[in-house]
Design a protein around this ligand. Structure first.
Ligand code: HEM
Length: 218
């Protein structure tokens, strides 16, 4: 018996893994599914890539005003595979937003938001918001010109909201203008708040999908 089978038997004796595993692996895929049903799954794969590459980047990135830009330069020029990992993180961020948009359009056009899937849709709306906020908060982190001006525009847009706009702008920037406080806030959002939020939302999204199954055509 090879080592994998022995390891499985060892774990199976203790945790009875065979039955739930066989149930998952032998589940029949409903006949009405097609390639457009992969959009949600591809979005999730993007998230997994982001989590992995994000952790690798966090080993070298320094979230302070004088060091942020220099640390990104170091990642690009000195860290082994640094440029590759950073490129993958930046590109996959765009692909994730694109795929989440396609997924949302697909479930909208097949009316999959209808009862009993209202809360799957609502959790999806929050997931979309969190995904876009991931992109926005990550954009500032390199602290280059592009980051500075994109965040300035984003904060101005938030500031234009009636009544709460000015508070939202102050909250985002951590003061009157972009600086060290802003970077600390965006970094905390990017690596603490949003990852926690997306994990909770994904757990809710997936558990509802598991319970209700994929919707059937109208
Ligand atoms: C991080 C973002 C997201 C991930 C990883 C994700 C993942 C998934 C997966 C894997 C499925 C099952 C397969 C499928 O039908 O595509 C699914 C279904 C669904 N998702 Fe998402 N999703 C995300 C965002 C959204 C958004 C933005 C919405 C809408 C606002 C949404 C609404 C739904 C609905 C209604 C279903 C049920 C579809 C059906 O039963 O036919 N999801 N999602």
């Amino acid at each position: 018996m090879d080592i994998a089978a022995r390891a499985f038997r060892y774990l199976d004796r203790r945790y009875r893994l065979r039955e739930p595993l066989e149930y998952q692996l032998n589940k029949r895929i409903p006949a009405h599914l097609n390639w457009t049903n992969c959009f949600g799954g591809i979005t999730f794969v993007c998230f997994a890539v982001q989590a992995l590459t994000g952790i690798l980047l966090a080993f070298y990135y320094k979230p302070t005003l004088p060091e942020a830009y220099q640390s990104v330069l170091r990642i690009m020029e000195e860290v082994p595979f640094g440029a590759f990992v950073r490129g993958l993180h930046a590109w996959t961020a765009n692909v994730m937003i694109f795929m989440a948009t396609l997924h949302m359009l697909k479930v909208f056009f097949i009316s999959a938001y209808r009862p009993p899937r209202e809360f799957t849709w609502v959790s999806g709306v929050f997931l979309f918001f969190v995904t876009v906020t991931f992109g926005f908060s990550g954009y500032l982190l390199p602290m280059n010109q592009l980051a500075y001006w994109a965040t300035t525009v984003g904060a101005e847009i938030a500031g234009a909201f009636p009544f709460v706009g000015e508070y939202a702008r102050l909250f985002l920037l951590g003061g009157g203008k972009i600086g060290g406080e802003t970077l600390t806030r965006f970094y905390a959002l990017h690596v603490l708040v949003l990852p926690a939020a997306i994990i909770v939302l994904l757990a809710a999204h997936f558990s509802m999908i598991r319970r209700q199954g994929i919707s059937e055509p109208l």
